[in-house]
Design a binder for this molecule. Structure first.
Ligand SMILES: [Zn+2]
Length: 128
């Protein structure tokens, strides 16, 4: 068995602007994704998905395009369309973690409601 060739010397070694270093950091991040959701967490996500179906069915016909969610990472509100919300929850089920934070895209805030509002609206609609 021959020993592997020596590692090439990284010319950017120690350079804070090294672009490869950033890629390596991203790779390290994605390794964390292997941790599965707990059964309880999965249950919660599945419930959220079910809620989302009802919210969209009731609210989309009234012109609501999605939900506004307070971001845990930057503490700013983010606006998500129905499709993106669903995709994010499915991703959470598959990957065991939230998607990387996505910046807002200049939505029309009046087209979106909070999760609490959607739930309140849904509860009232189903009662009535
Ligand atoms: Zn954010």
């Amino acid at each position: 068995m021959t020993s592997p060739p020596p590692e090439p010397v990284d010319p950017f070694s120690g350079d804070p602007l090294d672009p490869v270093r950033e890629l390596a950091a991203l790779d390290a991040d994605s390794d964390d994704a292997d941790e599965p959701l707990s059964p309880q967490a999965r249950e919660d996500v599945l419930e959220d998905l079910a809620d989302l179906e009802v919210f969209e069915a009731l609210l989309a016909p009234r012109g609501v395009r999605g939900l506004v969610v307070a971001c845990e990472q930057c503490e700013q509100p983010h606006w998500f369309g129905w499709d993106l919300l669903r995709a994010n929850l499915r991703h959470l089920l598959d990957a065991g973690r939230h998607r990387v934070h996505e910046p807002a895209f200049a939505p029309e805030p009046s087209d979106y409601v909070s999760w609490d509002y959607a739930r309140g609206f849904t509860d009232a609609a189903l009662d009535g």
